[in-house]
Ligand binder design. Structure first.
Ligand code: ZN
Ligand code: ZN
Length: 280
């Protein structure tokens, strides 16, 4: 697709037809009913999924060009709508995760009950990486009893987090998620496979090799499903794979909310690209 759309050798009117209807950057295809670039596609999806509408701090006629497109979300969103982008075509993050998970699940129905050699290797690699970089976090997660958060040597209470500017509802959302996850009593391998599934999400902003990331995510999903099937049946693990998929969808919406909260707290537009990369 991208190869067809490179502007080389095209006349200027041709080039115009290949550029994003919102910001003029190189378009990658029709997204939500308008020819746009990847950045505007992602922007539109996130903007539609947000609970609040952006407002323009100026007169509602800000320039939306490739260089300026980050400056005013309100005018950019308006331009998206003027270009014909349709809100009803945007799936919620939860629906998107579920759709992808269902596709993987359908394929997993045909997967064998035993882990294949390369799946065993994948689990091994993830476990090693996990032990090397975040094992202490897993121990803290397992021992997590009080309503406090550990971040390296520092320990924060719920009150600290609210004091930092996060809304109470949001903190409760995280605590609820945490409680549900803990009650599943995951083994470390299940935990790392789930974390890898969350990490390899092709729809994150800035991801360029979407197909590869999607394939990787599917590989991890199939391995997780086979791993769970291979274990001795345990009553608390009934429908575990389906429950984990549900949690991944929940995590996605927490993530969006987190991003919203961070934007509210920071109010530092210059930091937004970096934060976006961290929080997405
Ligand atoms: Zn664009
Ligand atoms: Zn504006």
């Amino acid at each position: 697709m991208a190869a067809i759309l490179t502007p080389e050798g095209l006349g200027s009117s041709e080039q115009e037809r290949r550029s994003c209807a919102v910001c003029g950057d190189r378009a990658t295809g029709y997204n939500f009913h308008a020819l746009t670039c990847e950045a505007c596609k992602g922007f539109f999806r996130r903007a539609v999924n947000k609970s609040t509408e952006p407002t323009c701090p100026f007169t509602g006629s800000c320039e939306v060009s490739r260089a300026q497109r980050r400056h005013c979300p309100a005018c950019r969103l308006q331009k998206c709508l003027d270009a014909g982008m349709r809100k009803d075509m945007v799936l919620s993050p939860e629906a998107l995760v579920l759709r992808r998970a269902k596709q993987a699940w359908r394929r997993a129905q045909h997967s064998p009950m035993k882990l294949r050699k390369e799946q065993k290797e994948l689990v091994q690699i993830l476990l090693e990486a996990h032990t090397r970089y975040v094992a202490t976090m897993f121990d803290q997660f397992v021992q997590f009893k009080t309503q406090s958060f550990l971040c390296g040597p520092l320990c924060y209470t719920v009150e600290d987090i609210i004091h930092a500017g996060f809304q109470k509802d949001f903190v409760e959302l995280i605590l609820h998620f945490h409680g549900t996850l803990r009650r599943l009593q995951l083994q470390e391998a299940e935990y790392v496979l789930m974390a890898a599934m969350a990490l390899f999400s092709p729809d994150r902003p800035g991801v360029t090799q979407r197909v590869e990331v999607e394939q990787l995510q599917e590989k991890v999903a199939l391995t997780l499903d086979s791993y769970i099937k291979e274990q001795q049946p345990r009553p608390q693990k009934r429908f575990l794979y389906a429950k984990l998929l549900g949690l991944l969808a929940e995590l996605r919406s927490i993530n969006n909310e987190y991003w919203y909260q961070i934007q509210r707290i920071q109010g530092l537009p210059a930091m937004i690209p970096l934060l976006q990369e961290i929080c997405s």
